[in-house]
Design a protein around this ligand. Structure first.
Ligand code: ZN
Ligand code: ZN
Length: 211
């Protein structure tokens, strides 16, 4: 089961991936910022009697990590991030201050993940791929059995991730899309970090930013 929440003024997509047989789940990119958003996510977990196993981060721009401290505290789980994104993660408190986001609660990363890592919970398996460019340590999570990708801010419906941020690299981003995403089957659904889902096939045919 995939549950999507859209959180914060940045309209960030937070995903709960739950295994239907065991109720074990991971939360990817918890971007809940306001208290009611945090409670909505927590309530969803409680109501569906899910057991949260991990917090997984595609990357660590502020809109994707607002809720990490809350989720770690509430469910006593570890947060995973690629080591190359720590330069972004460590800067989040400063960035939040620049945006006037006084409600941000700083957190910590507990473990590093890397390309090839598999996260298994119940019968569900998520494979980690490395897709840098929008952020230096950006990863995506693929569920091959259910044919979808939790893609973060790499590939959007008709667009691609911004590369005007510190530590972004446009050539790396396009290379990641071409070599890691566009080599997947056309019917795989992409669940992005913002806006609605799309598919690999649609973006291969129509995305104006990747030729
Ligand atoms: Zn981002
Ligand atoms: Zn984002």
């Amino acid at each position: 089961m995939i549950q999507t929440f859209e959180f914060s003024p940045f309209h960030e997509n937070t995903y709960v991936i739950a295994d239907d047989t065991t109720g074990e789940a991971v939360i990817i990119d918890p971007g809940c910022y306001e208290q009611p958003e945090k409670e909505a996510l927590g309530q969803f977990i409680d109501t569906n009697k899910l057991t949260v196993k991990h917090v997984l981060l595609t990357h660590s721009h502020l809109d994707h990590v607002f809720g990490v401290a809350y989720i770690k505290r509430r469910f006593d789980v570890k947060a995973y991030l690629h080591e190359l994104d720590m330069v972004i993660f460590n800067d989040v408190p400063t960035r939040c201050a620049l945006y006037g986001l006084r409600g941000f609660e700083p957190s910590t990363v507990d473990a590093f993940l890397k390309e090839g890592d598999q996260f298994r919970f119940g019968n569900t398996v998520l494979d980690t791929i490395f897709v840098p460019g929008h952020a230096p340590g950006h990863v995506a999570f693929i569920n091959h059995a259910e044919r979808y990708i939790i893609g973060g801010d790499v590939l959007f419906k008709g667009s691609v991730g911004r590369t005007d941020f510190p530590h972004s690299n446009h050539a790396d981003l396009i290379n990641s899309i071409q070599t890691e995403l566009f080599t997947l089957p056309d019917d795989y659904i992409v669940y992005p970090g913002h806006m609605e889902p799309t598919t690999i096939g649609v973006e291969k045919r129509t995305n104006p930013y990747v030729k």
